[in-house]
Design a protein. Structure first.
Length: 781
DNA sequence: CTACGATCAGTTTTT
DNA sequence: CTGATCGTAG
């Protein structure tokens, strides 16, 4: 029975068994944080016989929620098979009807997902439609632009994004428009106050909420209707919050309210990994937890299961320079390991080449067997470009995490706009977006006439469209167009009452002519866009088993609350979760994504949080890049950059390379940057370099109060030619051919399709692999 | 309404 | 050097 506790170290066990009262778990990087959290919940259910309905676990990302649910299924019902789409719909506030579901799971989800579910149920009490839509950044911006126009304000002077960020900041501090106006102390703030008021009104009119609203309105609901709060306080007797260092004020209040009755609140986090203050995270929430909950128990998890001692020492030396942190030091039972490599390159291209060379060297020596063992981290997305070029030239498969988001693609946003209007015809922003997409001759003038009419009759845009024939301002031709338009919508509404989300999408694609519109120009790009739409349908079809209407609502909810297709697409679990995960999500991965995923990961340091890799490269360690130039003169922000460095270093399990370039092409010009100050924090005895350094005291600088800067002297040629040859010609293979792969050895070709060969390798451990002929180091034998 | 050239700004990003 | 955005011309 208590095998649960057997898997844990002493501190973890203590955390798991502390079930009552407020508990703060300070969990260092790689200390088995998720393990402690999931085991604690499993312990509550299995040993303390707490009904899962009374347990709530809050995370920051859907990915984290999914991972936690998967691990809970493993713990609570080990023989259950894992199905990701069912998993996604499990752990909701109210279970959705589904032919099969992990009903034994507690409520697990992000702050936003939890609040959406609460609001869907009760928001009518605040006089919003329960079918409200959720506006993303683009919707918000479009709305703000129209508001600026209405208020005759110049976009140049009042940048919509800046206004929105003010409003977002206010909302995350729970400041209402009225409150904001009272504290406005400048013309700018006065204007923001006016726009904030107008923005709120517009959202309400459109029956829409933005992301910050999801939290703020839930709190508003709780304060306005105490019975509802009471209901949830009764419901959630045991609450845990992951990544507590990333909570903002409103999230803090939300949790405080929910846990007030039973006071069984477990928060877990690491202030050293707080890297999101720029989006409202308030590090004080974790630093001052004891003040808020005087009888709180505090447990520190300091044993690290990930990295070598040298890596931990280096990370420690970097982070101890921060003032705002709690005392803690990670330790490990692992061996010392390799020294930290600090490498100097002449320029950004050479920096990338050093990385590429090293990756190939390690692969060939079988030290790290797959591309997935490597990650390259950088501060700014712009840095990925050179890496891509070089990797392409070297034939190294890579994948970039982050960047272009699936849902931000135009075609996806279009279809979703259709769906949003289908669900909620009040949604003006979405309506405007697709009114003339595909082109149906409803231009600006027509829209204006409609809006004017709607305004006069005090009805919404959609009603106005239905009454097009009564609008004198419109030519007869336009009236007919609009009449057909309204008729089309009627069909969409009907589709929604008959079909699931995927059925509605198909109806829309066909009836609106969007498919033809997309494919009209016959270019490969339009094909790719159509593929994206099909991908959307396949994501939607996961909701086919739900009843009509509900299916669309649930699907839209997920799409609005998820940004990256990777988190919803088939390759979840592809990047290395913590090793304890044991790849639990990998079961439903198919072979194709398996091979597609064998690539070096390229991402920003922010994106790397929570992940781990055997071999890590951090590039661009230069003053002005990392730490970023905007943070250089703000001590608080510099501390955050330092935490980012800490996060970067602690991703590494075995090897880490820290690179900087003396010159870098940035914004079209060559700039020279000093090596990052973080490099100086790592004691020299933990380091080896590709270049010897001699310390010279630059007199002028010293007089200016700067510390001596190491000046580097080249002692060896650092320009190394790659011995790896890119396949300049596609190797021609057919079924049955025997081949040799530099890493996997001999094998036989099973099939070849579109530049991809499926090969069975002799080595049993290697097995069957799918390889890209353009990049794989293959030769025919 | 689309297409094209000028102009300008340029961390990090989840929900 | 990019990418985004905007204004003008067809």
């Amino acid at each position: 029975m208590s095998h649960l506790l057997g898997d844990l170290n002493e501190k973890q066990r203590e955390a798991v068994q502390t079930t009552e009262g407020p508990l703060l778990i300070i969990a260092g990087a790689g200390s088995g944080k998720t393990r402690a959290l999931t085991y604690r919940i499993a312990y509550l259910i299995k040993e303390k016989n707490i009904d899962p309905r009374h347990i709530l676990a809050v995370t920051f990302t859907n990915k984290a929620a999914l991972e936690m649910k998967a691990r809970l299924v493993k713990l609570l019902s080990p023989h259950e098979s894992l199905n990701k789409s069912i998993l996604k719909l499990s752990g909701r506030l109210e279970p959705v009807s589904w032919n099969k579901s992990y009903n034994f799971l507690p409520t697990v989800g992000t702050f936003h997902a939890l609040c959406v579910q609460i609001l869907r149920k009760h928001i009518h009490l605040l006089h919003y439609e329960n079918t409200f839509n959720i506006y993303d950044a683009a919707d918000q911006k479009a709305l703000m632009k129209t508001l600026l126009e209405e208020h005759r304000l110049d976009e140049k002077k009042f940048n919509p994004v800046a206004i929105l960020s003010q409003i977002s900041g206010a909302k995350s501090e729970l400041i209402t428009p009225e409150h904001y106006r009272k504290m406005a102390s400048s013309y700018f703030m006065e204007t923001v106050a006016t726009l904030y008021t107008a923005y709120e009104k517009a959202l309400h009119k459109n029956s829409a909420l933005d992301f910050d609203d999801l939290i703020m309105k839930t709190i508003g609901l709780f304060q306005m209707v105490p019975e509802v709060l009471k209901e949830y306080q009764e419901r959630f007797q045991y609450i845990s919050v992951d990544e507590y260092q990333d909570t903002n004020h409103s999230q803090y209040i939300l949790i405080k309210l929910l846990s007030e009755k039973h006071k069984n609140l477990c928060v877990i986090g690491d202030e050293d990994q707080s890297i999101y203050s720029w989006r409202g995270a308030d590090i004080r929430n974790i630093l001052e937890f004891e003040k808020d909950y005087p009888n709180a128990r505090i447990i520190k998890l300091e044993q690290n299961y990930r990295s070598t001692q040298i890596i931990l020492d280096a990370a420690h030396q970097v982070i101890v320079k921060n003032r705002k942190r709690k005392e803690k030091k990670l330790w490990t039972e692992k061996k010392e390991g390799q020294k930290i490599r600090i490498w100097t390159a002449r320029n950004e291209r050479e920096e990338s080449e050093l990385i590429a060379d090293e990756i190939l060297k390690r692969l060939r020596s079988h030290e790290f067997p797959t591309y997935t063992d490597f990650v390259v981290l950088y501060r700014m997305n712009a840095q990925s470009r050179v890496l891509e070029e070089v990797f392409m030239r070297y034939g190294i498969p890579y994948k970039i995490v982050g960047g272009i988001k699936f849902y931000e693609r135009k075609e996806i946003k279009d279809i979703i706009a259709y769906l949003k209007v289908t669900q909620n015809p009040q949604d003006l922003m979405s309506m405007v977006r697709i009114m003339n997409t595909p082109p149906r001759n409803i231009g600006e003038k027509t829209l204006e006439a409609l809006q004017y009419y709607a305004h006069r009759q005090n009805i919404n845009l959609f009603e106005a469209i239905k009454q097009a024939e009564q609008i004198e301002d419109l030519a007869e031709g336009k009236q007919i167009i609009l009449k057909n338009f309204a008729k089309m919508w009627k069909e969409f509404f009907e589709a929604n009452s008959q079909f699931s989300a995927s059925g509605v999408i198909k109806t829309i694609l066909q009836r609106s002519g969007y498919k033809e519109f997309l494919l009209a120009d016959g270019t490969p790009e339009s094909e790719a866009r159509w593929d994206n739409v099909r991908e959307l349908i396949s994501v939607a079809s996961k909701y086919d088993a739900l009843p009509p209407g509900i299916s669309l609502t649930t699907f839209l909810e997920e799409v609005s609350l998820i940004s990256d297709l990777d988190t919803i697409g088939p390759s979840v679990g592809s990047i290395n979760f913590n090793e304890e995960t044991g790849g639990v999500l990998r079961e439903n991965k198919n072979e194709v994504s398996e091979e597609k995923d064998n690539a070096v990961t390229l991402m920003t340091l922010h994106g790397a949080k929570g992940l781990e890799f055997p071999c890590v490269f951090i590039s661009g360690l230069e003053e002005g890049i990392f730490p970023h130039s905007r943070s250089l003169f703000e001590p608080e922000q510099l501390e955050e950059e330092r935490r980012l460095m800490y996060v970067g270093i602690t991703r590494a399990k075995e090897d880490i390379f820290l690179l900087h370039a003396r010159q870098r092409l940035l914004y079209g010009e060559y700039l020279s940057h000093e090596p990052s100050q973080f490099l100086h924090d790592i004691p020299e005895e933990l380091v080896t370099r590709n270049i010897a350094i001699a310390i010279i005291k630059p007199i002028s600088l010293e007089r200016m109060g700067h510390k001596p800067v190491p000046v580097e002297w080249p002692t060896q040629s650092i320009l190394r030619k790659s011995t790896h040859r890119v396949n300049d010609r596609l190797i021609q293979l057919k079924d049955g051919d025997k081949v040799r792969h530099t890493i996997w050895g001999e094998g036989m070709v099973l099939s070849v399709t579109g530049g991809i060969a499926t090969i069975a390798f002799r080595e049993e451990k290697v097995g069957i692999k799918r390889v890209a002929l353009s990049v794989a180091p293959l030769e025919k034998i």
